[in-house]
Design a protein around this ligand. Sequence first.
Ligand SMILES: [Ca+2]
Ligand SMILES: [Ca+2]
Length: 142
Amino acid sequence: MGVVLIDGATVRDFTEDAAHFNKSVDETFALLDANKDGVLSRSELRRAFETLRLVDKDFGVDTPTGPEELTKLYDSIFDKFDGDRNGKVDLEEYRSEVRKILLAIADGLGSSPIQMALEDDDQSFLRKAAALEASKLAAASS
Ligand SMILES: [Ca+2]
Ligand SMILES: [Ca+2]
């Protein structure tokens, strides 16, 4: 496992590559949906963010330390995902919110690349974007 540089274009390419993007998103959705009912509950989404560390990696925010702040943070994340406010996050809502988040990250990165370690157990989307970039580079140079 190595280190790759990713910039805004890498992240944007990833979100625009529908086949890869949907596959990655669907994989994480399936992981998060612990009771396999096809939707994410508040607690499933929260546990997901805790175990995948998506908050610090993909949202770029410092994880608050107090339990009340944490609950507020996860509630606000859940409300963003739950577009139709029915208390559940379905796959379409999940896909569209993840895409929005990644595009915002892409804008933030611009053309200033950041280093991204490729770790096997890292399920963050930035890592997936980095892996896609690495595989394209490998294909181009072979
Ligand atoms: Ca579920
Ligand atoms: Ca919903």
